[in-house]
Design a protein around this ligand. Structure first.
Ligand code: SAM
Length: 288
């Protein structure tokens, strides 16, 4: 006899609660048990863990997290799914459900109320339409996170884990690698979801750094230089910075580049994080 699978359970739950997967909210439910296990393994969630799950959906991942963690706080935007979760998850006392848009919440306050001062692990199968804003919000808001384990589009995973020189390397790469050490755990085919999305996905694990990896005079300027360098990727670093809003004249940029030993004809996409750090520190001297 055929085993009752995650796909069967998902189909049955959707029928029971009359749920149609919403495109608007990026609802592609995970139905592959092996992938689910990989997410749980790499997340390192254990009996001490305080977990934030974004978009619990029908609760497939949520249940497993509740079995393993001290406490799971889940934020779901869709009120129909919240109704289903309230029933399906009612026997887990370590489960807290918030019906809201993750981008509108004050997470620091929510964490303080529910987790005290403990470090938090984020685990999520993210909705595609809002992946990058969520990742950047989690990283930039100084939330006392320990790790972030995510299902994202394969292309996003490749950008996050890219090295200098390739087409995937850019602002997202440098931002994520500034705050964390990312690992591409596994590529996940589209068939692992219901409904089947148009693209493949991947699981990434971000270990949040205790200390940033470069010494900076001005962190904001560092990211402005990076954004300027990638705003026009095809241009040389000299021309990209010269045409940017950094307010430097061409001679100053040339001087900064040469004093860092960076060839002004190189493209921004070839510069390492260390080089961007040294360059932005030099540029800060001209802006004083
Ligand atoms: N975790 C479930 C799973 O793995 O099967 C569902 C994942 S599905 C890709 C994304 C989930 O995020 C959906 O449940 C969707 O309703 C929810 N979602 C979408 N936008 C959201 C937002 N802004 N804030 C919170 N949840 C959101």
């Amino acid at each position: 006899m055929k085993k009752y699978s995650l796909a069967d359970a998902t189909r049955d739950a959707m029928k029971k609660f009359d749920i149609k997967a919403s495109k608007k909210y990026g609802q592609n439910f995970l139905i592959d048990g092996e992938v689910l296990q990989k997410i749980l393994d790499v997340s390192n969630v254990n009996k001490q863990s305080m977990v934030l799950e974004i978009g619990p959906g029908l609760g497939t991942l949520t249940r497993q997290l509740c079995e393993r963690a001290a406490r799971v706080l889940a934020v779901e935007i869709d009120k129909d799914l919240v109704k289903a979760l309230k029933i399906n998850m009612s026997n887990y006392e370590n489960f807290i459900l918030v019906n809201d848009d993750i981008m509108r919440l004050n997470l620091r306050e929510l964490f303080r109320e529910n987790f005290g001062g403990a470090k938090v692990d984020v685990v999520a199968n993210l909705p595609y339409y809002i992946t990058t804003p969520i990742i950047m919000m989690l990283l930039e808001e100084d939330l006392n996170l320990s790790s972030i384990t995510l299902m994202v589009q394969k292309e996003v995973a490749e950008r996050i884990t890219a090295s200098p020189g390739g087409k995937d390397y850019g602002v997202l790469t440098l931002s994520v690698q500034y705050y964390s050490i990312p690992e591409l755990v596994t590529i996940v085919p589209a068939e692992a979801f219901m409904p089947v999305p148009g693209v493949d996905s991947a699981v990434v694990h971000l270990k949040i750094r205790d200390q940033v990896p470069v010494e900076l005079v001005d962190e904001k300027l560092f990211f402005s230089v990076i954004k300027a360098a990638f705003a026009q990727r095809r241009k040389t670093i000299l021309n990209a910075l010269n045409g940017s809003s950094l307010n430097l004249d061409r001679n100053e940029i040339e001087e900064a580049l040469s004093s860092c030993g960076i060839d002004s004809k190189r493209r921004g996409e070839t510069l390492s994080m260390d080089e961007f750090a040294v360059l932005s520190n030099k540029i800060s001297l001209f802006l004083k």
